[in-house]
Design a protein around this ligand. Structure first.
Ligand code: FRU
Length: 763
């Protein structure tokens, strides 16, 4: 189950490595999160860029591409961490351009430039010029070369920057600068405390409940049994004039560092941290082998209690995702991740122990909570973390596919950890008297929705022969739209299939296969009015398939438009469909309803006619319905052998004006082993086919379009961008899809043959 550790609620890199959150803000109606991104290496080898996510609700985050690259002399070896300030209709971004020079350097006292750089954008996508506003010579002379991570604010015309730094005497501190514009800053003062680490990273300064806080991520603080248990730490001081009071850690789990805060439009102070820690922690993340590593925490609302202590709680928006409430207790019960647990009225004096899929949370009568694991594979090297809590009163736990965030006593203490359960369903139990313990599953929105047939392909044991020469057929779940979902999800995307299956074992088999590939099946209905569709396949000597269908009618054809509901399209950014389900039966109208609802969500509509002549008594009826649905689509994918039937033309050039009608902005023409074209208003791109040892081409076209759509998602392409994608980018996307389908044809069947991300990307 390749996609099983992909997080559902948390920001993860599409591929490669993620560290600190950067540039948190709400700008022009959207929340923005940038992050430290090294796309080419899950281990984090390579230069840091700024990857970008956007969201309208902080629940569903859409990748919006990579915004800032190390492409100038001032940031040559890394676009490091920084922040954003909304300035009217402009967004001002600040970051550290890291430049490491070659030579015999320690990179602490020499060999490193720390340039603070300012960039302006008006749409959070197109970046203006990079302006270096502070460089090494501008810092006080007691500073080493480690000065970075500008957190900037602007209030009443005063621009204030706080920088993390290491002094030549190996003392961590922050430097405060002020100015009257985002391009001019003057040094004001240094804040530090004695004996508290050699470097402070990622500082932040903010007001909360009438107090001023300085948050920093210190390195080199002395390890303790209950404090500073990680490689590096992060937490906050209360600021009183130039005095910093007692330091309080934000999080006592295994995976937390470099948090940043911002103010939401409703005034809430929101914190997001990196749910990871630098290499060298002694534990690991098995997603490295799958092509990506690390995620951010869910956004947390900060409030201050009467003593000025910061309480952290999951943003209240999470509660809107809750469904299927269940009471949990001493009996072990199994629940599907992600979920949200609330436990109140804990009578911990008799001891408290709770298990969530091999993670153990216990309260000790000495007054602390301990987090341990009973399985080393699940913990990937994580052993024990402790936090002093006094009495244990309540718990809130947000569990995603590979993480737990544990909020203790109203958010007074937090423990965050990654964990890697083998299955997405995990056992939960509590051995203690509690007043109430509820578990809510969290409904996660899906980004690709496909509608149409899901069926069983019967694959022959031999190729190069007729149906009647085949001695056995193996059942393999398929159906073009279902295949597209699986291709998309195996590459790490979220997808949902809308179809109907019979109440029969083949229906069960399809559900199992889709779920194992990470596809959401909550919109799959079951009926006893017809059976699940079947298709027998024969393969000629070059692996090309012909089909014999059993659907007279089948369950999918009977899906009614009234069974399609708006919530199936929440968060949908792509809707994909084909022509097999566009015959004269209820499913055709169900497609019409789906298209209307997906459009309302601003989704990109993708249509692959995928002609199956044997299903139509009258080929003209097929031609007609395909031509009727083409203008509904933004992306049209056709195969070369379909071109003439659909358009009456036999070259792409002649066919394009006929295809580019209505909403159509991008046409993809696949030419089997010869390669594929993509054409939009900006031009045409071509990639040649890859020479591979073809075993079975079943579902290869579905793999192609599923991977292409996932590639658009990974590159943050929006519907309004489709006609503007330049040919060189189109070529890159075609290459990705080509690589995916080249892998799939070397293996048998459709879904099982589709690659995971790590098989098609090279570090
Ligand atoms: C913290 C940090 C920052 C730096 C960034 C580089 O994790 O070391 O200080 O800007 O990561 O990726």
């Amino acid at each position: 189950m390749i996609g099983k550790w992909r997080q559902k609620l948390h920001i993860e890199p599409p591929r490669g490595w993620l560290n600190d959150p950067n540039g948190l803000c709400f700008f022009k109606g959207k929340y923005h999160v940038w992050f430290q991104y090294t796309e080419g290496s899950a281990q984090g080898d390579g230069l840091r860029c700024w990857g970008h996510y956007e969201s309208s609700d902080m629940l569903l985050w859409k990748f919006a591409g990579t915004s800032l690259y190390p492409d100038t002399a001032s940031d040559a070896t890394g676009v490091f961490s920084g922040s954003a300030v909304v300035n009217g209709d402009k967004l001002e971004l600040f970051y550290t351009g890291n430049v490491e020079h070659e030579g015999d350097h320690d990179y602490i006292t020499s060999g490193r430039e720390a340039n603070q750089i300012h960039v302006t954008t008006t749409d959070a996508r197109q970046m203006g010029a990079k302006n270096v506003i502070l460089r090494n010579s501008d810092y006080p002379d007691y500073c080493s070369c480690h000065v970075r991570d500008p957190k900037v604010t602007c209030e009443n015309g005063v621009w204030r920057m706080v920088l993390g730094a290491r002094t030549l005497g190996n003392e961590g501190c922050v430097l405060i600068y002020e100015g009257t514009s985002p391009d001019e800053f003057k040094f004001i003062k240094k804040l530090s405390v004695s004996d508290f680490g050699y470097m402070w990273e990622c500082p932040d300064m903010f007001e909360l409940g009438g107090n001023t806080y300085l948050s920093v991520s210190p390195q080199g603080v002395v390890y303790g049994e209950f404090e500073f248990q990680n490689l590096f730490s992060s937490g906050y001081f209360r600021v009183d004039g130039d005095k910093l009071s007692h330091f309080e850690e934000f999080d006592h789990g295994f995976d937390f560092y470099a948090p940043q805060t911002f103010k939401a439009p409703d005034g809430r102070r929101i914190l997001i941290g990196w749910m990871g820690i630098g290499n060298g922690s002694g534990y690991t993340n098995p997603t490295i082998d799958l092509g990506w590593q690390h995620c951010l925490t869910i956004p947390r609302e900060l409030t201050a209690d009467a003593d000025g202590v910061i309480l952290q709680n999951p943003i209240r928006e999470i509660e809107s995702l809750r469904f299927a409430p269940a009471v949990i207790g001493k009996e072990q019960t199994w629940h599907k991740l992600p979920f949200d647990i609330t436990i109140s009225g804990i009578e911990a004096d008799q001891g408290f122990e709770m298990e969530i899929g091999k993670a153990k949370i216990s309260w000790r009568s000495e007054g602390y909570v301990e987090l341990t694991f009973t399985d080393e594979k699940v913990s990937a090297g994580r052993k024990v973390r402790k936090v002093r809590t006094g009495a244990l009163k309540d718990l809130r736990i947000v569990a995603d596919r590979s993480s737990l965030e544990i909020f203790i006593n109203g958010g007074r203490h937090v423990m965050s950890t990654r964990f890697y359960p083998e299955f997405a369903e995990v056992p939960v139990s509590i051995t203690c008297n509690v007043f109430a313990a509820n578990l809510f599953r969290l409904d996660v929105k899906n980004t690709l929705v496909a509608i149409g047939e899901a069926l069983i392909d019967f694959i022959p044991d031999r190729k190069g022969c007729e149906f009647d020469e085949v001695s056995s057929f193996a059942p393999v779940p398929g159906g073009a739209p279902a295949n597209v979902c699986a291709a998309f999800s195996k590459l790490g995307g979220n997808s949902r299939m809308i179809t109907q299956l019979g109440k029969d074992p083949f229906g069960d088999m399809i559900i199992r296969t889709l779920e194992d590939s990470g596809v959401d099946t909550s919109a799959v209905s079951r009926t006893d009015e017809a059976n699940t569709a079947l298709a027998f396949v024969s393969l000629n000597s070059s692996g090309k398939s012909t089909y014999s269908f059993y659907r007279n009618p089948s369950a999918d054809m009977l899906l009614e438009p009234s069974q399609i509901s708006p919530d199936m399209f929440d968060g949908c950014s792509f809707l994909h469909f084909c022509s097999v389900s566009l015959g004269d039966f209820p499913m055709r109208d169900a497609h019409r309803t789906a298209i209307v609802l997906a459009r309302k969500n601003g989704a990109i509509i993708s249509f692959d006619p995928n002609l199956r002549f044997m299903l139509w008594d009258d080929p003209d009826a097929l031609g007609q319905v395909v031509r009727e649905f083409i203008p509904e689509a933004d992306i049209l994918k056709i195969a070369d052998e379909e071109l003439e039937f659909i358009t009456g033309e036999d070259t792409l050039e002649d066919a394009l004006p006929i295809l580019m009608r209505g909403n159509v902005k991008l046409v993809i023409l696949t030419c089997g082993a010869d390669g594929a074209f993509a054409a939009n208003m900006a031009g045409t791109a071509f990639v040649p086919g890859k020479k591979v040892d073809v075993k079975d081409t079943t579902g290869a076209g579905d793999c192609f379009i599923g991977s292409f759509l996932r590639c658009l998602e990974m590159n943050g392409v929006r519907r309004t961008d489709l006609d503007k994608i330049p040919p060189e980018k189109l070529k890159e996307y075609l290459e990705f899809a080509n690589n995916c389908s080249a892998v799939s044809v070397t293996r048998k069947g459709a879904i099982p043959s589709y690659p995971a991300l790590e098989e098609v990307i090279k570090d």
